[in-house]
Design a protein around this ligand. Structure first.
Ligand code: ADP
Ligand code: MG
Length: 327
């Protein structure tokens, strides 16, 4: 593949977990209710995502792997009102620039599936393939042709744990989806898909911690540009040694943000609960027109047009939860 494609790919595909993220988002966008993830050798040898989503018709398989081809944004105006996770149409093309990719898919309406492979930027013919309803994407030998990138990859276990953490986040954001994750053939994570955030919390943190968590919700808002906050936060009796156990989802998109973290911590500090790191899952529902999700291709960053409102809403909701249910 050409150098430009590889450079562009580097922005999206940093490590196995970045591939998993893009593929999972596509499965979610496709309406999947079950997603299975298989990893071999930390995802470097193989990443396979099997979903029961809407599938891809045979004639669209090559398009799915083509840069800037997306079925999700039809008119420019759509970019201000993004409801799907993907919209740039570059993830699959970027992955195909740095790995061997096989797409196998069958939309519900068709009784036969089809398949397409891509290697070094070359596409195979689309062929018929026995395929369950939904999509199976297999990514093999990630970065094997990009030694510069391979150098930065840590141990197999480190890569597995990055993937694991990421999948926990998506499971928290989508409790109605059943996730099943295998690493070298061993199941490492699974959720029931019963729609209950608390069920996912049990799988991520264990029952003992979940029993120490209390529900969070903001007061009712009439102005739609104010955020609606829901989720769980831990009683001061349950805590962690670092900040990595506070998860944020904005309109169900996983985001990392110092500002949001400090809003949660601010609630604890305001009650003189300092020195410990809470466990929390905070869902922020907000009018997409006051968001800028277009910040970075990897899309874990976010900008709010009214940042202080969001900060205040979270701080207030978490504080109210703590006050309502003291130890
Ligand atoms: P984007 O998600 O930004 O549209 P991608 O490169 O991630 O771009 O995917 C390209 C296209 O391939 C998507 O727009 C979608 O039409 C199709 N696609 C990818 N993965 C799936 C899937 N699991 N199920 C159904 N369609 C998919
Ligand atoms: Mg995508």
């Amino acid at each position: 593949p050409d150098v430009a494609a590889k450079i562009a790919a580097g922005e999206v595909v940093e490590r196995p977990a970045s591939v998993v993220k893009e593929l999972i988002e596509n499965s979610i966008d496709a309406g999947a209710t079950q997603i299975r993830v298989d990893l071999s050798h930390g995802g470097l040898q193989l990443i396979r995502i099997t979903d029961n989503g809407c599938g891809i018709p045979p004639d669209e398989l090559p398009l799915a792997l083509t840069r800037h081809a997306t079925s999700k944004v039809s008119i420019i105006d759509d970019l201000e009102h993004i409801h799907s996770l993907g919209f740039r149409g570059e993830a699959l093309a970027s992955i195909a620039a740095v790995a061997e990719v096989t797409l196998q898919s069958r939309p519900r309406a068709l009784d036969q599936g089809s398949q397409l492979s891509a290697q070094n930027g070359q596409f195979s013919e689309v062929t018929a393939a026995a395929s369950p309803e939904g999509t199976i994407i297999t990514v093999r030998n990630l970065f094997s042709a990009v030694p510069a990138r391979l150098k930065f990859i840590k141990s197999r276990n480190t890569e597995v744990s990055h993937c694991h953490h990421l999948l926990e986040q998506y499971a928290l954001a989508y409790p109605e989806i059943r996730f099943n994750v295998f690493s070298d053939g061993r199941q490492i994570f699974a959720t029931p898909g019963d729609g209950q955030l608390s069920s996912v919390l049990v799988e991520v943190y264990g029952l003992q911690i979940v029993e120490q968590m209390i529900p969070v919700h903001s007061e009712e808002q009439t102005d739609s540009t104010y955020p609606v906050i829901t989720g769980y936060t831990s009683r001061p009796t349950a805590y962690k040694s670092n900040r990595q156990h506070i998860s944020f989802f904005v309109n169900r998109r996983w985001v990392l943000s110092r500002m949001l973290t400090s809003a949660v911590e601010g609630a604890y500090h305001s009650l003189l609960l300092t020195g410990r790191h809470p466990i929390a899952v905070i869902n922020i529902q907000i009018d997409p027109s006051v968001l800028d999700v277009n910040v970075h291709p990897a899309k874990t960053e976010i900008r709010f047009l009214k940042e202080r409102r969001v900060y205040a809403a979270i701080l207030r909701a978490v504080r109210a939860a703590l006050l309502a249910e003291p130890e």
